[in-house]
Structures are given as structure tokens and as C-alpha cells.
Design a protein around this ligand. Structure first.
Ligand code: FAD
Length: 462
């Protein structure tokens, strides 16, 4: 489809810097709408999400879950099940997934006529981007629309001399050169919790430093409690109120020192303390763009302070999720091509579903019970434990629950939390209900499969 924009008689020229989920979805949508698109990627198309963070971590966790299932095989009627990890095969499995995904993206982009340029891009004005190729050659691309989607990288504090061997970031862990005998994980947000689960299931001893009094600060306390219990049950050492401030290397490991003087010994340390935006070498100073702490503030349409420079994905400082980055990229293409301009098309970040891939899985969307009570908002909360669902017993895993938050006057579903096996899949039903303003009656009237974990959703809605 070709699209004419304002007084331009030629196609709009998009130059996108960064080929992660945000850049790729922007490129494919803009191209479909008739724009001429150049996508600049410094490393591998697919970005952090598919190649460095999201997908490889989930691939490791999936292998870890298989190990956990094997360890309870006897309860499923199996005997003589022995599990041995072959790290070479695991490494091959992960790089094969990465290669398959990256190749798929490149093929998709090329089939649509996106011009992929290998190299690092930087702004040289509000309308031009200079690219330095891997050979050091430079070329300049003029643009009507520039999209910045360069993602983030792990935050490393001054006190942590990361060496990729004993002192690690998450990107050194797919898998690390050797399995840590005792891993000290610094940070108990989503990433810290996922990596604690991952290494625990591989058989490492894990100590988790929790800077406050609850893992997953900000999440529903009841949800956090189920996870803490599970970690305690699996022998993870939880150090509550432990804020790391330095690390010492020893002959055969590390000692992480906390602000209150606690010293936690291990063979390796893993930093899980958030990310920083890849914006410092982006030539922002050559433009009129506003920057705030490395992130680039945007309006509802993902526009920066410069009217033709959009920002997508993690560097926008919005919700750092791959799903959100993809949606933002698409939104930018549509907006810049003159489509979907009204407020009803603004992304509602409060309705984004998210999941934590640990054991049991945790997922939530929309209004949380604790948040509603803190705001004095009247809500109806219903909760069904998986122990009352046949499929959970068939799966030999009846931990966790489904909680649905709704409006007591209208019955409209406002949010929900799920803890339990396949929570990340099941939450999609509640996410759809929240984004489409479905009522709890809509859920109870739906005829779900039996036996299935999803039956907990219709029961929770009753
Ligand atoms: C350990 C971990 C696990 C995660 N798990 C999940 C998950 O389960 N689910 C989920 O939704 N999200 C997850 N996330 C978050 C998710 O990875 C990010 O939200 C997502 O990657 C953001 O996409 P993006 O397009 O903004 O950036 P990225 O995916 O980081 O892509 C940015 C791209 O830009 C390129 N680039 C940077 N600078 C330049 C330049 N100057 N020139 C050219 N190219 C450049 C980079 O090479 C990279 O390919 C996880 C994050 C981490 C750290």
C-alpha cells in the first residue's frame, strides 16, 4: 500500500537506529504503510530482547524447569530418571534459538524491502544520521522521520569490577563458563528473582541479596510471599534488608559486603540491579532533543521534543518490556504516517501484562489489589487457589492462585494476578478482559476447556 503524507509527493523516509523489537516493529509497519525505511543495527537484528536478555534467559529457565520437573519425576510415576546437564548442548541450544530468531527478523525485513545497514548510527542533525560500519567507513542518511530505539544494557556500579568470569552481569550467564557452585545474586527485582530461580534449578547454591524486606518490591505482597516460601523451600538463602556496597575477590570466589556490614561469601556474584540507556554515543548533542538522566522523554505519540524524532523501547523510560517496545514501534510508524492520531490510540501502560518466569510463575495486569486498597478505591477481589483445580493436580503442581480484581458496581474486570504454573500464558485472558472492558460475567459465561488451569479464571470470576 502506498501512502501520501501531507504535501510530500515522494515516500516518507524513515531512519531507525537500533534493531530490537521496537526498531523492527517500527520498520515493518512503516514499510507496510509505504515509507522508505532504513534500519541501522550495530550488532545483531533482534536486539537485546531476543539475543541478549529476554529470550536466552527464558531458554535457560526453560531448561531449568525441565530439570525441576525431572527431580519430581517419581511423584509422576517415573523411576530411574537421572538428569545430567551438558553445558555444550545447552550453549548450542541457546545460540540456535538466537540465530533462528535473528535470521527470521532479517528475512522478514528484507522481504518487505527494509534497507538494513550494519553499523553504529548517530545523529548529526535533526534530519540526518551518520553510520559507522564495522570497517570504520562512514555514510550519512537523510530522514523525514528518525526513530531512536537503541535499548539498554546492564547497570554496573563503580564498586563492581565485572570480569565475566566471577563477577557477572546477566549477559555473562547464558550459560556462564562454569556453573557457579555458590552464586550471590545482587538485586531482587524481576531479573534477580528470575536468575535466582534459574541457577537454583541448575543446582547452584544461591544467596539472594534483597535490599528491602520483600522480594519483588512493588509487587503484591501475597505474590511475593509465595515466591519467598518457594525460595526458602528450595534452599535459597534470602538476605533481607541487604544492600550491597562492595565486592572483594578471594582465591576461590567473592565476598559481597553490604552497607550494614554483612559479608556474603560465594563463588560468583551476579548483578541484577537494572539497566542504563544506550544514549550516550547517539549524537544527541547535535540536535535539540531533551534528555533526562540518559532517557529521552516522549509524549503520548512517542515523539521527543524534536517534532520528527521519535523514541521507542526502553530508552523512552516507559515500561521496559519487549511487548511494550514492539507496540511503541508500531505506534510510531502509524503516527508518523498520519494514522491513528487520536487520544484513544495512546498506549495504556497500566494495562500491559507482565510476567516473572520463576517457579512458580508470577503474572499480573491492570489494577492490583494492594494498589486499589492503598488508593481507597472500592474493588471486588476474588481468589481461587489452583489446589481446587483438577488440572493442577494432574500436573502435580497445585501451588498458587488466581486473583481477579473487578469493579463492584459494573463487574468490569480491572486487573488480576496469577501465581502458578503457566501464569504467563493464563494472564493473557485477564489482559484481554482488562483492555476490552469485559465483565466478570463475560468470563463466567465463557466455556473453557476441562481439565485446564484456565478453569481457575472462570471460577475466580464467579
Ligand atoms: C535479563 C532480562 C530479561 C528480560 N526478560 C523479558 C521478558 O521476559 N519479557 C519482556 O517483555 N521483556 C523482557 N526484558 C526486557 C526487554 O529485553 C526489553 O524491554 C527490550 O529488549 C527493549 O527493546 P528495545 O527495542 O528498546 O531495545 P533492545 O532490544 O535492547 O535493542 C536495541 C538494539 O539497538 C542496537 N543499538 C544500540 N545502539 C546502537 C547504535 N548507536 N547504532 C545501531 N544500533 C544500536 C543494539 O545492538 C540492539 O540490537 C528483559 C530484560 C532483561 C535485561
Amino acid at each position: 500500500m502506498s501512502f501520501s503524507y501531507g504535501s510530500l509527493s515522494r515516500p516518507r523516509k524513515f531512519v531507525i537506529i537500533g534493531g530490537g523489537p521496537a526498531g523492527v516493529s517500527c520498520a515493518t509497519t512503516a514499510r507496510r504503510l509505504g515509507a522508505e525505511v532504513t534500519l541501522i543495527e550495530g550488532e545483531i537484528v533482534g536486539g537485546g530482547a531476543h539475543l541478549l536478555d529476554c529470550v536466552p534467559s527464558k531458554a535457560m529457565i526453560s531448561t531449568g524447569s525441565a530439570i525441576s520437573m525431572m527431580s519430581s519425576a517419581e511423584e509422576m510415576g517415573l523411576v530411574n530418571v537421572n538428569v545430567e546437564i551438558d553445558f555444550e548442548s545447552l550453549r548450542d541450544r541457546i545460540s540456535e534459538i538466537e540465530q533462528t530468531l535473528s535470521t527470521g527478523f532479517v528475512e522478514l525485513l528484507e522481504s518487505q524491502g527494509v534497507n538494513i545497514v550494519k553499523g553504529y548510527g548517530k545523529l548529526v542533525s535533526n534530519n540526518a544520521v551518520e553510520v559507522t560500519s564495522p570497517d570504520g567507513d562512514t555514510s550519512t542518511f537523510d530522514a523525514d522521520v528518525i526513530v531512536l530505539s537503541t535499548g539498554t544494557r546492564p547497570r554496573v556500579p563503580d564498586w563492581a569490577p565485572v570480569d565475566g568470569k566471577r563477577i557477572l552481569t546477566t549477559r555473562d550467564a547464558y550459560p556462564p563458563e562454569e556453573l557457579p557452585s555458590h552464586l550471590v545474586v545482587v538485586g531482587s527485582g524481576v531479573t534477580g528473582v528470575e536468575f535466582t530461580h534459574m541457577f537454583n534449578s541448575f543446582g547452584s547454591k544461591v544467596s539472594l541479596l534483597v535490599s528491602r524486606q520483600q522480594v519483588l518490591p512493588g509487587k503484591d505482597a501475597e505474590v511475593a510471599m509465595v515466591l519467598e516460601e518457594s525460595f526458602n523451600h528450595k534452599g535459597v538463602d534470602l538476605h533481607m534488608g541487604a544492600r550491597a556496597e562492595s565486592v572483594e575477590s578471594t582465591d576461590d570466589g567473592v565476598v559481597v559486603v553490604c552497607e550494614d556490614g554483612r559479608r556474603v561469601e560465594g563463588s560468583h556474584m551476579l548483578l541484577c540491579i537494572g539497566s542504563i540507556p544506550n544514549t550516550e554515543n547517539l549524537g544527541l548533542e547535535s540536535t535539540d532533543i531533551e534528555v533526562d538522566g540518559g532517557y529521552i522523554p516522549v509524549d503520548h505519540n512517542m515523539l521527543s521534543s524534536v517534532p520528527n524524532i521519535y523514541v521507542a523501547g526502553d530508552i523512552s523510560g516507559k515500561l521496559p518490556l519487549s511487548s511494550v517496545a514492539t507496540r511503541q514501534g508500531r505506534k510510531i510508524a502509524e503516527h508518523a504516517m498520519g494514522l491513528h492520531q487520536g487520544p484513544h490510540t495512546h498506549i495504556d501502560y497500566d494495562k500491559a501484562a507482565s510476567a516473572i518466569f520463576c517457579d512458580p510463575e508470577v503474572a499480573d495486569v491492570g489494577v492490583a489489589e494492594a494498589e486499589a486498597f492503598a488508593e481507597g478505591r472500592k474493588v471486588r477481589v476474588t481468589k481461587v487457589p489452583f489446589s481446587s483445580i483438577a488440572k493442577a493436580h494432574i500436573n502435580n503442581d497445585s501451588r498458587g492462585f488466581v486473583k481477579i480484581v473487578s469493579d463492584p458496581a459494573t463487574g468490569v474486570v480491572l486487573g488480576g494476578s496469577i501465581v502458578g504454573r503457566h501464569a504467563a500464558e493464563l494472564i493473557s485472558v485477564i489482559a484481554l478482559a482488562v483492555s476490552s472492558s469485559l465483565t466478570i460475567t463475560d468470563l463466567t459465561e465463557s466455556l473453557f476447556v476441562h481439565p485446564a488451569l484456565a478453569e481457575a479464571l472462570s471460577e475466580a470470576a464467579e
